[in-house]
Design a binder for this molecule. Structure first.
Ligand code: RIB
Length: 327
């Protein structure tokens, strides 16, 4: 069985729903709130385990109640948490997520213990991996550790699935080392220095990223699905389910997990993206973090009948701003 190792953050998330400006004592007032374990690394690992994969998580939490809750949530979903280190260097990461009508308005992030994750935390979990196994990471883990990880995956032939968030942490080395990168449309535009103001931006950004050395780029465009760019520079638009999002928190994490799970099962890229689109669409149908079950995703993907289409870009479609130079 293909193994999946996730390297990433564990946070306590505080969701603040329907925040409005107030004339009263507090400047902003939330209609209601929910505190629950989150963090991109933890979310991806839990989602992949629920979808049927054998998963382990590498990360750091503080020696506190938030840390214990975060580890328990991950472990309850069947993830191996043996490589989650409890550190006295800082408290467990904390994120306040302000949501209005299902959309993020702001995120306030205190990384705490996550900021101390080092290559020595990660390396032991990779010892047993073989070519074809999958390592998933986000660009928000400390840059030195991520760079070592990319060097390792390039040397061993392990597939690195990289969530390039935040885009300003992403280097050319990372882009070239990853088997696949999965930006949303704003991140894709930021990665290549384009304005996200045209319907063509996601496709142009995908093409730029291939020119920067990416092997495969998936641009998540929300309701219109995902652009899949890779082999032969072809760009495909893979459809998704039409849903009214209640809360988009964790949708990208569920997408990445589902993609890795289907690839680990041998699915072709287009099929794996369809599955990931369906999983991610299901995940926005409830408030807070929603991790779909395998049977629900299998059923949803069967109902996704729209065909995949090819996007053509002429050589004149250069966009308004020339692509930025990556470090
Ligand atoms: O992707 C969603 C996650 O991003 C949240 O769980 C929060 O912790 C932030 O890191």
């Amino acid at each position: 069985m293909t193994r999946i190792v996730v390297v990433g953050e564990l946070n306590m998330d505080l969701h603040l729903f329907d925040v409005e400006r107030s004339a009263g004592q507090a400047l902003l007032v939330a209609e209601r709130y929910l505190a629950e374990p989150g963090g991109k690394g933890a979310n991806v690992a839990r989602a992949a385990a629920r979808l049927g994969a054998e998963v382990s998580l590498v990360g750091r939490v503080g020696d506190d109640e938030f840390g214990r809750s975060c580890v328990a949530a991950v472990s309850d979903d069947g993830v191996d948490t043996g490589a989650v280190t409890v550190t006295s260097d800082g408290p467990t990461g904390f994120v306040a997520i302000e949501l209005t009508r299902g959309k993020h308005r702001s995120l306030l992030f205190a990384p705490g213990a996550n900021g101390y994750l080092s290559w020595t935390d990660i390396a032991p979990s990779l010892d047993a991996l073989e070519s074809g196994d999958i390592v998933i990471a986000q660009a928000e883990i400390p840059p030195a550790a991520l760079s070592e990880l990319a060097t390792f995956t390039a040397r061993t032939g392990t597939a690195l699935f990289l969530d390039p968030a935040p885009p300003d942490r992403v280097t050319r080395q990372l882009i070239a080392a990853a088997e696949v990168i999965t930006p949303n449309r704003a991140e894709a535009a930021a990665l290549v220095g384009r304005m996200d103001d045209s319907p063509l931006t996601p496709a142009l950004a995908a093409r730029d990223l291939l020119e920067f050395g990416a092997r495969r780029v998936l641009v998540k465009t929300g309701e219109s699905g995902t652009l899949l760019a890779g082999a032969h520079r072809e760009i495909l638009e893979v459809p998704t389910l039409s849903v009214e999002p209640l809360d988009e928190t964790g949708a990208g994490d569920v997408f990445l997990a589902a993609l890795a799970v289907r690839r680990s099962e041998g699915a072709e890229w287009e099929q794996a993206v369809r599955f990931a689109n369906a999983a991610s669409a299901l995940s926005v149908a409830a408030t807070g973090l929603m991790l779909p079950e395998r049977s629900d995703v299998d059923q949803a993907v069967r109902g996704l009948e729209e065909p995949t289409t090819r996007i053509s870009l002429s050589s004149d479609n250069r966009g308004v701003i020339p692509p930025r130079t990556l470090p």
